[in-house]
Design a protein around this ligand. Structure first.
Ligand code: FNR
Length: 353
């Protein structure tokens, strides 16, 4: 029996299998609104058999975007524009999820295929916000340190975004606390230099991310799952690490988070990351075992047997696939064949099975 293809239930939602599409920026939105690209891109992966299709990092405010072409959900019009996408994903038997994000000091950059560098304060750039006025790297803008009033505002924007995600038809919300974006910036002692209640000690660094999680949990219906993506380590001396991640996961579990999606890195430039097959799986395994919460493994998971093994050995409850899903939107259908598991194909494609 395949564990990878066994259903998973979190709160009222049953995922048909444990293969999730990892959130991936498409840089194809107009003023934050999803486009036909999103319908086709996300829709194809739902047709391809994934259990959950997660929309890319979606900004809770215009200045919370990485690039001007990022997805956003800061108005009712944005929520409305996602409705056909969530409807289509659900019609294919997949669960639609959305990652809610604020880019923090890594905001205001150009598209990756235009270099991805900082835009500056020109026509389409803006001054990013961050816990402290420390730039990400040489050549990056100095962000403005967030005031206490602005913390209230950002929490309210996360809450409103969750509310709109529901109106848009999403069934899972994931909070982006990874990859050096705003909430991770609060967690990491390498980035957070604040001298108030939101910086310094571990308790203080956790305070704002926990506030956001608590606020979103209050807005997000009790019957729907809430995920959090973390960078389980900064891969840097004196940085955020897996021990702190376990502690954070315990507290997030207490306030109603259902699954920890365990990525790593990207808070500071030039970290020595040991990229390789399944290199982040041990983080998902530790968080799951030591915090007693469901976890997701992500990163260089490409092979059906590898994915099956991660789930079957209890290292994670689900796998999230990123680039492999870009290479092959039908990966779950192909993986089922490789693992000799019978799963239904879309009726329209039956003659290809
Ligand atoms: C990403 N990744 C990413 N992560 C995230 O949390 N939010 C996001 O919006 C994005 N955007 C994004 C865009 C693109 C084009 C890529 C390739 C990646 C990271 C992604 O979700 C995943 O964690 C990594 O790609 C590692 O997994 P794979 O690709 O090795 O399966």
């Amino acid at each position: 029996m395949s564990m990878l293809f066994s259903p998973l239930t979190l709160r009222s939602i049953t995922f048909r299998n444990r293969i999730f599409v990892s959130p991936m920026c498409q840089y194809s939105s107009h003023n934050g609104l999803p486009t036909d690209w999103h319908l086709v891109h996300l829709g194809s992966r739902a047709v391809g058999g994934a259990g959950l299709v997660m929309v890319e990092a979606t900004a809770i405010s215009p200045e919370g975007r990485i690039s001007p072409d990022d997805s956003g959900i800061w108005s009712d019009a944005h929520a409305e524009a996602f409705v056909p996408i969530t409807r289509f994903i659900r019609e294919q038997g997949a669960v639609p999820g959305i990652q809610l994000a604020h880019a923090g000091r890594k905001g205001s950059c150009s598209l990756p295929w235009l270099g991805g560098g900082p835009l500056g304060m020109g026509a389409c750039g803006w001054q990013p916000l961050a816990p402290s006025a420390v730039p990400f790297d040489v050549g990056h803008p100095v962000p403005r340190a967030i005031t206490l009033d602005e913390l209230d505002e950002i929490e309210a924007q996360f809450r409103a975004a969750a509310h709109r995600a529901l109106a848009a038809g999403f069934q899972v919300v994931e909070l982006h606390m990874a990859h050096g974006y705003l909430l991770h910036e609060f967690l990491s002692p390498l980035v957070n230099q604040r001298g108030d209640d939101y910086g310094g000690s571990l308790e203080n660094r956790l305070r704002f991310p926990l506030r956001v999680a608590r606020g979103v949990r209050q807005e997000w219906p009790k019957e729907l799952p809430l995920f959090v993506r973390i960078s389980a380590t900064d891969w840097a001396a004196g940085g955020w690490d897996i021990d702190q991640s376990v502690l954070l996961a315990r507290q997030l579990k207490e306030l109603g988070v259902d699954l920890m999606d365990c990525s790593s890195g990207f808070a500071v430039p030039d970290e020595p990351v040991p990229f390789g097959p399944g290199f982040q799986v041990p983080f998902a395994a530790r968080v799951r075992a030591e915090a007693g919460i469901a976890s997701g493994a992500v990163g260089f998971i490409t092979e059906p047997a590898q994915a099956e093994q991660i789930v079957a050995t209890g290292q994670a409850d689900v796998v999230l696939l990123g680039r492999q899903m870009l290479r092959d939107p039908y990966w779950p259908l192909h993986a089922a064949k490789a693992l000799r598991v019978e799963i239904p194909w879309p009726n329209q494609y039956l003659r290809a099975n």
